[in-house]
Design a protein around this ligand. Sequence first.
Ligand code: NAP
Length: 249
Amino acid sequence: MSKPLENRIALVTGASRGIGRAVALELARQGAHVVALARTQGALEELDDEIQALGGEATLAPCDLKDFDALDRLGLALFERWRKLDILVANAGVLGPISPLPHVDPPNWDNVFAINVTANYRLIRSLDPLLRASTAGRAVFVTSGVGSRAVMNAYLGPYSVSKAALDALARTYASETVNTSNVRVMIANPGPLRTKMRASLMPGEDPLTLRTPEDFAPKVVALCHPDSQESGKLYDFQDDRIKSWRQPE
Ligand code: NAP
């Protein structure tokens, strides 16, 4: 029996662990060829072994998202090999410093923005022609509730501001593609999940009380299917529904 994402090419950033790894495995399980991007080569090789054991296929892209020229080269390499990209899961992110805004060192601020925001703009810039070349290009950007909350979290400034910017970036891209292409762009908010990032934010929390990336991954992959037509909206895993943005009241 054919798998739902057979012959589809999917790039996942942050595929070495946590949410990105689980999404990469789920995409492979559903038949997609996974292009797995992260810095940790050994973890990508383990992912590759696991994907092969599932009968799937992966291409490894060991790369630092702050190497913006490498993101341009990746677009070119994907074009030369497949002429298209069907799925982008822009998941990689960093928490950055947890401190009051006036105490944030400028290099730390820049680092969070380079990874959480600018790299995603550079991916859009590099991959847009490939997503448009797909019969049903799908992009999912993994955000956090902290960027859109009515009451902001103190001491998570760089992360919150970067995720608000990421939401705006993805919504802008959605508005630029929805009427001119087959590309659909969604934003996905996992809520608290059992990962390394969550453990560094909440070291006292019992991780076993949290849901896992494997619980969330099928929801992200559902947004990557050709029949998923929503664009410019937020999938909220905690409420398990798609939400629209509203004007502040
Ligand atoms: P994680 O376990 O810390 O994983 C982060 C991933 O991003 C890793 O694969 C890491 O790979 C990659 N990454 C980080 N910096 C990179 C860089 N410079 N270049 C390339 N790859 C880089 O985090 P996670 O919890 O799975 O989070 C994934 C996404 O979900 C993030 O965007 C996060 O903001 C969001 N999120 C998570 C939670 C949660 O509770 N877990 C809640 C809300 C939102 P390498 O280190 O190998 O490069």
